[in-house]
Design a protein around this ligand. Structure first.
Ligand code: IMP
Length: 188
């Protein structure tokens, strides 16, 4: 049985720290929810697979709110750490977003191309509004200007992170914390 070696990565954000941030985001969403006048449920969309741990924790903290949840699967990250320019949908939404206030929940925003793609998709589909929430805002490689309403952690360094849903070639998702993968693990 292969287990992850502790020398493969450095822990950046502990499970406790993550929970604190998720709680803070949930609080802000609730406040904004109360200020929303039209009373319609908000449609929360989880971007698979990376955001799933974050999404589950966040939506459980919104249990006193009327929300709808859905998932979308995108393929945009084909070569390990290099972001591909072409984004394709591998799992469509089940709920028609037309007329809904939508909150997209992402694991990490890097170049910004993924959320730009999602914004265009949702606006074209007739969403009443589109907002973004991400656990990690990794800024050094940003290619497009993006407006993110809720951010857990800002990353000023260009590090490849894993854990808490984030993977490298499918591995490390189940780490309970977020860690920077040692470059020797992907620069071969
Ligand atoms: P963007 O389109 O470049 O903003 O990339 C967003 C997607 O790239 C995220 O949803 C992740 O799937 C992936 N990604 C970017 N940086 C990392 C990272 O450090 N670790 C794991 N996945 C990443």
């Amino acid at each position: 049985m292969k287990i992850y070696g502790q020398d493969e990565f450095t822990v950046l954000f502990s499970r406790m720290k993550i929970l604190e941030q998720v709680e803070a985001i949930a609080k802000r969403i609730k406040t904004n929810f109360s200020n929303q006048s039209d009373g319609r449920p908000i449609l929360l969309i989880c971007v698979l697979n990376g955001a799933m741990y974050f999404f589950v924790e966040l939506t459980k903290m919104l249990s006193d709110k009327d929300i709808l949840i859905d998932t979308i699967g995108l393929s945009s990250y084909r070569n390990g750490v290099d972001s591909a320019q072409i984004i394709t949908i591998v799992k469509k939404l089940d709920i028609d977003p037309r007329g809904y206030h939508v909150l997209v929940v992402e694991d990490i925003i890097d170049t910004g191309l993924t959320i730009q793609f999602l914004r265009n998709l949702l606006v074209e589909a007739g969403a009443a509004s589109v907002q973004f929430c991400c656990l990690l805002d990794k800024r050094p490689r940003r290619m497009v200007q993006v407006d993110i309403q809720y951010v857990g952690f800002v990353m000023e360094n260009d590090e490849f992170v894993v854990g808490y849903g984030l993977d490298y070639n499918g591995r490390y998702r189940n780490l309970p914390y977020i860690a920077a993968l040692h470059p020797r693990m992907y620069k071969k």
